[in-house]
Design a protein around this ligand. Structure first.
Ligand code: PSV
Ligand code: MN
Length: 410
């Protein structure tokens, strides 16, 4: 037997001892879906300026082509999130044939992200601005994004507001909250049947004193007031250090309001680092809640699993493939928990055994399983090496070179 087969067989036995059915795990891994962001293939930057790379995508066609590579090698990244201002400089005209183009490359357009933060008119807020004309402009842009979503066959409207203030006294919290409620109501009522609104939160940046959507509780509150098609979007980078994100995830699932994720990892602030790069145990614990939700009845709608990362030092497609593999690994490990033993330990207050059940799963080497799953999906067992060997990146970096475009690093 080949070495990899032996490792796989040992894992099968080990998981059977934990009451885990490997065939079911494989099935779930094959059905996993993670959306990658168009802006992750383009140049991005920091407050100190843009970081340009040879080969970065500029047009939406290039971004989709790069995203299609990630899907081609991982098999589980079939959709691409779009950011309207950065991806469609010519508006609806840019969308005409885009769905067909994406389809021809084996992917589809996923969530649609309006941009009501870049225009200088929004310096003092978009939907929370004191000026009704600015609020109306922001709402109009989001309504236009709904039209774009319809054209692209997307049913997820993903909203993030940079709104906030920098200094105490600058704005009135409650008045701003009322403006936001009013504007979101207009948008929500304009959504066609089947469309979902995701409301993201972020405690700081670019506003540094307060943000109008500061935490999950505020997003939850806006969402519940709006109606059943509004949900909370959890961006892993949008929490203060030490915050227990898996608890937030479990709570929202139980309330039926977890709409989706923006995966990434942070060490200090909203660093946009590769998912699992700084704290893989946290990612595992988040997936532990997702796995439990999949296995137990709960009121939550389908979750949109999305990446929100803009790498500045890593090669972009390499980094995105690495990201998908990290998330896939977290999911696989979370399915390796001995659930029966964990429940017994919890019921008998055996804290050490309970913790060990999770640690044992986290320590499980799931590589043989993931390689097997990829082979069964007709993929190379090592997506990153296979992509690198394909020469795609060398080719596009030569052809595209260093250019200017729209986006975070325009
Ligand atoms: C804001 O930091 C954010 O997380 C939002 O999701 C934006 O759409 C995205 O980043 C832009 O990069
Ligand atoms: Mn985000």
């Amino acid at each position: 037997m080949a070495k990899t087969d032996v490792a796989y067989e040992i894992l099968v036995d080990r998981l059977a001892e934990r009451g885990v059915d490997i065939e079911k795990v494989k099935e779930r891994l094959k059905n996993q879906k993670i959306e990658t962001p168009s802006w992750g293939y383009a140049d991005s930057g920091t407050r100190f300026g843009p970081y340009k790379q040879a080969g970065s995508a500029v047009t939406i066609q290039e971004k989709i082509a790069d995203a299609a590579q990630v899907h081609k090698y991982t098999g589980i990244a079939p959709t691409v999130a779009v950011h309207v201002l950065w991806d469609f400089p010519n508006g609806l005209a840019d969308c005409e044939t885009l769905a067909d183009y994406a389809k021809s490359l084996g992917v589809a357009i996923g969530s649609v992200n309006p941009n009501v933060f870049q225009d200088r008119d929004y310096a003092f807020g978009s939907i929370t601005n004191e000026n009704p004309a600015v609020r109306a402009k922001a709402v109009d842009h989001i309504l236009y994004c709904i039209e774009i979503a319809k054209k692209l066959g997307s049913n997820v409207l993903s909203l993030w507001f940079a709104d906030g203030t920098d200094y105490p006294g600058q704005g009135d919290f409650r008045r701003r909250k009322h403006y936001a409620e009013e504007c979101l109501r207009t948008v929500y009522d304009a959504m066609p049947a089947g469309m979902r609104m995701l409301i993201e939160y972020k405690p700081f940046e670019p506003a540094f004193y307060h943000t109008d959507f500061a935490d999950w509780g505020m997003s939850y509150c806006f969402a519940t007031k709006l109606g059943p098609e509004a949900h909370v979007l959890v961006d892993l980078g949008h929490h203060f250090p030490g915050q227990n994100i898996e608890h937030i995830v479990a709570f929202l699932i139980d309330e039926g309001r977890l709409g989706g994720f923006h995966f990434n990892n942070h060490k200090y602030a909203d660093d946009d680092l590769t998912a699992g790069s700084i704290n893989p145990y946290e990612l595992f614990l988040i997936y532990n809640e997702i796995v439990k939700a999949e296995e137990n009845p709960n009121p939550n709608p389908p979750i949109a699993f999305m990446v929100d990362q803009a790498h500045i030092t890593k090669a972009k497609i390499d980094a995105m493939i690495q990201t998908i593999m990290q998330i896939q690994t977290a999911y696989a490990k979370a399915m390796c928990v001995n659930r029966e033993r964990l429940l017994e330990a919890q019921l008998s207050n055996d804290v050490v055994t309970a913790e060990l059940c999770l640690q044992e799963a986290f320590a499980t080497d799931v590589e043989p399983l993931l390689r097997r799953v990829r082979e069964e999906m007709g993929l190379d067992p090592n997506p990153l090496e296979a992509f690198r060997a394909s020469g795609y990146w060398d080719k596009v970096s030569r052809e595209r070179g260093i250019r200017s475009g729209a986006g975070l690093g325009a």
